[in-house]
Design a binder for this molecule. Structure first.
Ligand SMILES: Nc1ncnc2c1ncn2[C@@H]1O[C@H](COP(=O)(O)OP(=O)(O)O[C@H]2O[C@H](CO)[C@@H](O)[C@H](O)[C@H]2O)[C@@H](O)[C@H]1O
Length: 474
C-alpha cells in the first residue's frame, strides 16, 4: 500500500513542535509493518538538508494564479530516516530557513500543494492513500476532487490528521485564483466564516479525518476556534488515534543527548546523575523536587499561568521546590519568567529558546513535568516524560486526559488537575512535593511509568486499519 504523508514539518529535517515528531516517526513504523510510506514536505534551507545528498527526481513549472513558478522534487538519496523523504523546492517561495510566519505563507503552502499534485499527476503515480497533516496541506483533497488538472487523482482516498485545530490557515477570497482551474460550482467547500479555510476544506473533502487523541475528537466540537459546528456536522467522518512516540529517538537506555543512560533497573542512580547534570546547567541545587516545563510559551499551553503559579508555589514552599523552564514564545511571558528567575535565583531557572538536546536532558533529569495546557490535542511531552521516569503533572484535557492516570487511582502514575488556573497548579505542585518526600512510592511510580508502552506500534496499526477500510474509487 503506497502512502504519501504531506506535512510542513518532519523531524529531524525541520521541527517547530510535535507535528514534526509524528511525521518523522509514523511512516517509519508503517514501513516496518509492510507499507510503502513516504513524506513530502516543503524545502527548507536547514542543517539536515545541507548535510545530506539529494537526487532531483522531477522538475517542472506550474502556476500560482498568473505567476509562473519553477519547482523541483528532491529525494534524500539513502532513505536514512526509514522512509523516502521528498522536498518540494521552489525558488523564491520554498527555499528559506524558517517553517512559518513569512508574509507570503499562504502562497508558499498553496504552491507546495500544487507542485505535489502536478508531480504525481505528470509522473503517473497512483498512491493508495494521500495523508494530509494540518491545514498546510488541507487544500489537497479539494484540488484532487474538484480541480480539472488533477482529474486523474479524483478516486484516491484522502485522510486528514488534525494535530492542532486552532490554526486553520484561512485567507481572503481575493486569492481564489491562486488555486487555478477549479470547478467554481464547488467553491462552497472551501468556505468557512467568510474566508477560504484550508482546514475546513480538508474536513469537508477528505474521506476520513483523525485527531491525535480520542478526547480531542470530542473537544473540537466545542473548542476549535470557530469551526465547532463543522466538526459537529462532520463528526461521523472522524476517529481519534492517540499518537505514539519514536522509542528509538526517545530511549533513556541509548539517548546520546543525555549524560547518563539508564533503564528501569538502573533508574534510581541514572536519573540522579542526569538530575545533577541538569541542575548544574540550570544552577539549581539537586536536593529538592524539580518541576520542569518544556514548550511553546503560548496560551494554548497555559504558559501565561506559569509565572503566578510558580511564584506562589515557591512562596508556599520556601527552599522546598525548584522549577526549571525551557521554551520560547510570547514576549510578555518570557519577561515574566526571567523576572521570576531574578527574584528566586536558587529556586527558578529559565532558558528562553529552542534546544533539542537540552529538552532530552530536562526529560531525563527532572522529577516532574508540568503541562497546564488549555488545549492539548495529544501532547508528546507527557509521553516522553513517562519514558524517562518523570512524573507528568497535567491538566485533564485532550490527549493528556487519555494518557495520564492519577497516582491516587489504581495503577496510576501521574498528577492530574482539572482547571487551567494558578490554584490548581499550586495544588498539583503541593502533591508533587508530598510524593517526592515518600521516596519508595515515587520509585514504584517511576518504574510503573517506564514500563508503559506508548510506542508507535499500536497507533500505526490503527492508521493501517483505517487505510484498509477505504477503497479507492478507481
Ligand atoms: N523550547 C524547546 N526546546 C526544545 N524542544 C522543545 C521546545 N519546545 C517544545 N519542544 C519539543 O517540541 C515538541 C512539542 O510537542 P507537543 O506535542 O507539545 O507539540 P505541539 O503543541 O507543537 O503540537 C501539536 O501536535 C502534536 C502532535 O500531534 C500534539 O501532540 C500536540 O498536542 C499538538 O498541540 C516536543 O518534542 C518538545 O520536546
Amino acid at each position: 500500500m503506497k502512502i504519501f504523508h504531506l506535512s510542513a514539518e518532519c523531524y529531524p529535517v525541520a521541527k517547530v513542535g510535535g507535528l514534526a515528531d509524528v511525521v518523522g516517526a509514523l511512516p517509519k513504523y508503517q514501513n516496518q509493518m509492510g507499507l510503502d510510506a513516504s513524506v513530502v514536505m516543503p524545502f527548507y534551507e536547514r542543517k539536515f538538508v545541507q548535510e545530506n545528498e539529494w537526487d532531483v527526481v522531477f522538475e517542472a513549472s506550474s502556476f500560482l494564479g498568473a505567476r509562473r513558478f519553477y519547482f523541483e522534487i528532491l529525494k534524500e538519496k539513502t532513505d536514512k530516516l526509514g522512509f523516502p523523504l521528498y522536498l518540494v523546492k521552489i525558488p523564491g517561495l520554498l527555499d528559506r530557513e524558517n517553517v512559518y510566519s513569512y508574509p507570503d505563507e499562504t502562497e508558499q503552502f498553496i504552491a507546495y500543494q500544487i507542485a505535489f499534485l502536478d508531480w504525481i499527476t505528470w509522473s503517473q503515480q497512483t498512491p493508495d492513500i494521500i495523508h494530509c497533516h494540518d491545514h498546510h496541506s488541507g487544500l489537497v483533497p479539494f484540488l484532487m476532487y474538484h480541480a480539472r488538472p488533477y482529474h486523474r487523482l479524483a478516486g484516491i482516498p484522502t485522510i486528514l490528521t488534525i494535530h492542532n485545530g486552532q490554526y486553520h490557515g484561512a485567507f481572503n477570497w481575493s486569492k481564489l485564483s491562486l488555486l487555478g482551474d477549479i470547478d467554481l460550482s464547488k467553491t462552497g467547500l472551501l468556505e468557512w466564516n467568510g474566508a477560504i479555510n484550508p482546514l475546513a476544506a480538508a474536513v469537508k473533502c477528505c474521506w476520513k479525518y483523525t485527531t491525535v487523541s480520542p478526547t480531542y475528537l470530542e473537544e473540537l466540537t466545542y473548542q476549535s476556534n470557530g469551526m465547532e459546528y463543522l466538526f459537529y456536522l462532520e463528526r461521523n467522518k472522524g476517529t481519534g488515534i492517540l499518537n505514539g512516540i519514536d522509542t528509538e529517538v526517545w530511549n533513556p537506555k541509548t539517548d546520546p543527548m543525555i549524560p547518563e543512560k539508564f533503564s528501569i533497573r538502573t533508574l534510581a542512580s541514572g536519573k540522579q546523575k542526569d538530575k545533577e547534570a541538569l541542575c548544574a546547567r540550570f544552577k539549581l541545587s539537586t536536593d529538592r523536587p524539580l518541576i520542569s516545563f518544556i514548550g511553546r510559551l503560548v496560551g494554548e499551553k497555559g504558559a501565561d499561568l506559569l509565572p503566578n503559579a510558580i511564584r506562589r508555589s515557591i512562596l508556599a514552599h520556601p527552599g522546598g521546590v525548584n522549577f526549571c523552564l525551557l521554551g520560547a514564545g510570547e514576549v510578555k511571558v518570557q519577561e515574566q519568567l526571567l523576572a521570576l528567575q531574578t527574584e528566586f535565583p536558587d529556586q527558578c531557572s529559565v532558558f528562553i529558546g529552542y534546544d533539542e538536546p537540552l529538552a532530552h536532558l530536562v526529560y531525563a533529569g527532572s522529577d516532574f513535568l508540568l503541562m497546564p495546557s488549555r488545549v492539548e490535542p495529544c501532547g508528546l511531552n507527557q509521553l516522553y516524560a513517562l519514558r524517562y521516569g518523570t512524573v507528568p503533572m497535567v491538566r485533564t484535557t485532550g490527549g493528556l486526559r487519555d494518557s495520564v492516570i492519577d497516582f491516587g487511582d489504581e495503577g496510576g502514575y501521574g498528577i492530574r488537575f482539572i482547571q487551567a488556573n494558578a490554584e490548581d497548579i499550586i495544588h498539583a505542585a503541593g502533591r508533587a512535593i508530598g510524593l517526592y518526600e515518600t521516596t519508595p512510592h515515587l520509585q514504584l511510580i517511576r518504574k510503573r511509568m517506564m514500563a508503559l508502552d506508548f510506542s508507535w506500534d499500536r497507533s500505526a496499526k490503527e492508521y493501517i486499519n483505517l487505510y484498509e477500510s477505504l477503497k479507492p474509487a478507481i
